[in-house]
Design a protein around this ligand. Structure first.
Ligand code: 5AD
Ligand code: SF4
Length: 447
C-alpha cells in the first residue's frame, strides 16, 4: 500500500497508566490507516491530546497545551497543510461540546470509550463536518473491535482488563468520565497477553481503575476473580512478571492476598490507595473502609509476603479535614511504612459531591499539610531504598539511560534501578547487586 506510513500522528498522554495504554491502542487503531507516530506535534497530520480530568491542574494543562498546538496548526495551514486536532480522554468525556465552544479550532472530541471509532470520526472531519463529538460508553464494543497490540517494543507492557468504577468516592470524577465498571473476558485478556509475550514482553501490568474488582467471564463459564486470572496468566511461558494497578481496599479479597505468597510471577509490590487516615474523613469520602481495616489488609499481605512493598495515594485538605484528621493520616503512614506514594491537595471537581461542600479547606492549610506528608513519605521511600542496599535481585532493564552505556530498569519492588557498562542487558532481566540508594532510585552492579 502506498498509503502506508505516509501520515503522521502525535498523541500526548496525560494522567494515569490507563491513558498510557489507551494512547498505544489509538496508535494501533490508526496504523492500518497509514499513520505513523511522531514525538512532537510538528508537521503532524493528526494530533490527539489524551487528557486527564482527575484534578484541576491536569485539566488546565490541556488548555494551555491546546494553545501551543494551535500555533503549529496555524503554521501548517499557512503552508497549505491541514492538521486535525483532537481532544480525547477524560477531559473530552467530561466536557464534550464545551471544548469546541472554548477552543473552536479543535476538530474532534472523544472519550476513553470511543477511540476505536477514530478512523470513522476522522473521515467525518475530512468530509467537512465542523466538529465531531463522540462521548458514548460503548465499552464492550471498544474491546471487541480494537486491533491487537501490534507494535510493542518495550519488554514491559500494560494490559487493560477492567475499566470504570462504581465506587463513587465523593471527590472523584472517574465514575463519570470512565463510566460503569466493566471487566473484559478472561479469554480475551489471555490472548492479548500471549500476543504481547510473543513480541518479547516479559512483564505485564494489568490495568483497571478498580482492577481488583475484576470479575470477568472465565474460561470455564464461571466469573473469574483477578487472582484467578493471574493464576492463568502465570502459566504463560516467557511471561516473567505480573503486576496490577489500581486496587481498592474493599476489593482486596483473600484469594488476591494469598496469591502474593503463592505465585512467584506476581511481583512483591502493591499500590493500595488509602486517601486518608481519619475514619471521619474516609466516611465522608465514601470509601467504605476504615484506617484499621486498611492496616489489617497490609498485615495479611505481609504475613504471606513479608517483603512486599506498599505504595499508596493520599489526599490532603479534603473538605472538613481538621488538623486532627490530618494527624491521623500521618499516623497511618507511620504505621504502614510506604515504599513510595502519590499525594495530592484536594482539588474541587465539578459534578462530584465533595465539590459542593461548603467547608473547603484553605489553600495554605493544604499546602502545609502536603509538605509535611510528602516529607514523611519521602523519608520512608529513602529508608525503603536503603533497606535494599546489599541485596541481590532480578531487575528488568526496560529502558536506556541518559548516559553512555547506562540502562534503567525496575526492581521487583518497582524501584528504579540504574546500571552502567552493560548496554547488552537492555531489554533483559538480569541479576544485580544494589550498591547505593538515592531517594528515588538505586544504583546496581552486575553479580
Ligand atoms: N483531588 C485530589 N486528588 C484526587 N484524586 C482523585 N480525585 C482527586 C481530587 N478531586 C487522587 C486520589 C486517587 C488518585 C488517582 O488521584 O488519590 O487515588
Ligand atoms: Fe475514583 Fe474512588 Fe473509583 Fe478510585 S475507587 S476511581 S478514587 S471513585
Amino acid at each position: 500500500m502506498s498509503m502506508l506510513n505516509s501520515k503522521k500522528i502525535h498523541i500526548k498522554t496525560y494522567g494515569c497508566q490507563m491513558n498510557v495504554y489507551d494512547t498505544e491502542r489509538m496508535a494501533d487503531v490508526m496504523a492500518p490507516h497509514g499513520y505513523r507516530t511522531i514525538d512532537t506535534p510538528e508537521g503532524a497530520d493528526l494530533v490527539i491530546l489524551n487528557t486527564c480530568h482527575i484534578r484541576e491542574k491536569a485539566e488546565d494543562k490541556v488548555y494551555s497545551d491546546l494553545g501551543r498546538v494551535r500555533a503549529e496548526k496555524d503554521r501548517l495551514a499557512k503552508e497549505g497543510k491541514r492538521m486535525i486536532l483532537a481532544v480525547g480522554g477524560c477531559v473530552g468525556q467530561a466536557q464534550g461540546a464545551e471544548i469546541m465552544a472554548r477552543a473552536p479550532y479543535v476538530d474532534m472530541v472523544f472519550g476513553p470509550q470511543t477511540y476505536h471509532r477514530l478512523p470513522e470520526m476522522l473521515a467525518r472531519v475530512e468530509r467537512g463536518e465542523r466538529s465531531v463529538v463522540d462521548v458514548d460508553f460503548p465499552v464492550v464494543e471498544k474491546f471487541d473491535t480494537l486491533p491487537r497490540q501490534n507494535t510493542h517494543e518495550s519488554p514491559s507492557a500494560f494490559l487493560s482488563v477492567q475499566e470504570g468504577c462504581d465506587k463513587f468516592c465523593t471527590f472523584c470524577v472517574v465514575p463519570y468520565t470512565r463510566g460503569a465498571e466493566y471487566s473484559r473476558k478472561a479469554a480475551d485478556v489471555i490472548e492479548e497477553a500471549k500476543a504481547l509475550v510473543q513480541q518479547g514482553v516479559m512483564e505485564i501490568t494489568l490495568l483497571g481503575q478498580n482492577v481488583n474488582a475484576y470479575h470477568g467471564a472465565g474460561m470455564d463459564g464461571a466469573d473469574w476473580s483477578l487472582a484467578r486470572l493471574m493464576k492463568e496468566l502465570a502459566k504463560i511461558d516467557g511471561l516473567e512478571r505480573i503486576r496490577y494497578t489500581t486496587s481498592h481496599p474493599r476489593d482486596m479479597s483473600d484469594d488476591l492476598i494469598a496469591i502474593h505468597g503463592e505465585e512467584k510471577k506476581v511481583m512483591p509490590y502493591l499500590h493500595l490507595p488509602v486517601q486518608a487516615g481519619s475514619d471521619a474523613v474516609l466516611k465522608r469520602m465514601n470509601r467504605h473502609h476504615t484506617a484499621a481495616s486498611y492496616v489489617e489488609i497490609i498485615e495479611k499481605l505481609r504475613a504471606v509476603r513479608p517483603d512486599i512493598a506498599i505504595s499508596g495515594d493520599f489526599i490532603v485538605g479534603f473538605p472538613g479535614e481538621t488538623e486532627e484528621d490530618f494527624c491521623a493520616t500521618m499516623a497511618l503512614v507511620e504505621t504502614v511504612g510506604y515504599s513510595s506514594a502519590y499525594s495530592f491537595k484536594y482539588s474541587i471537581r465539578p459534578g462530584t459531591p465533595a465539590g459542593e461542600a461548603t467547608d473547603q479547606v484553605p489553600e495554605e492549610d493544604k499546602t502545609r499539610r502536603l509538605a509535611l506528608l510528602q516529607g514523611l513519605l519521602g523519608r520512608q521511600q529513602f529508608a525503603f531504598n536503603r533497606s535494599t542496599v546489599g541485596m541481590e535481585m532480578d531487575v528488568l532493564f526496560d529502558r536506556v539511560g541518559k548516559y553512555e552505556g547506562q540502562i534503567l530498569g525496575k526492581s521487583p519492588y518497582l524501584q528504579s534501578v540504574h546500571l552502567l557498562g552493560h548496554p547488552e542487558l537492555a531489554g533483559k532481566i538480569a541479576r544485580v547487586k544494589i550498591v547505593e540508594a538515592r531517594e528515588s532510585s538505586l544504583k546496581a552492579e552486575l553479580v
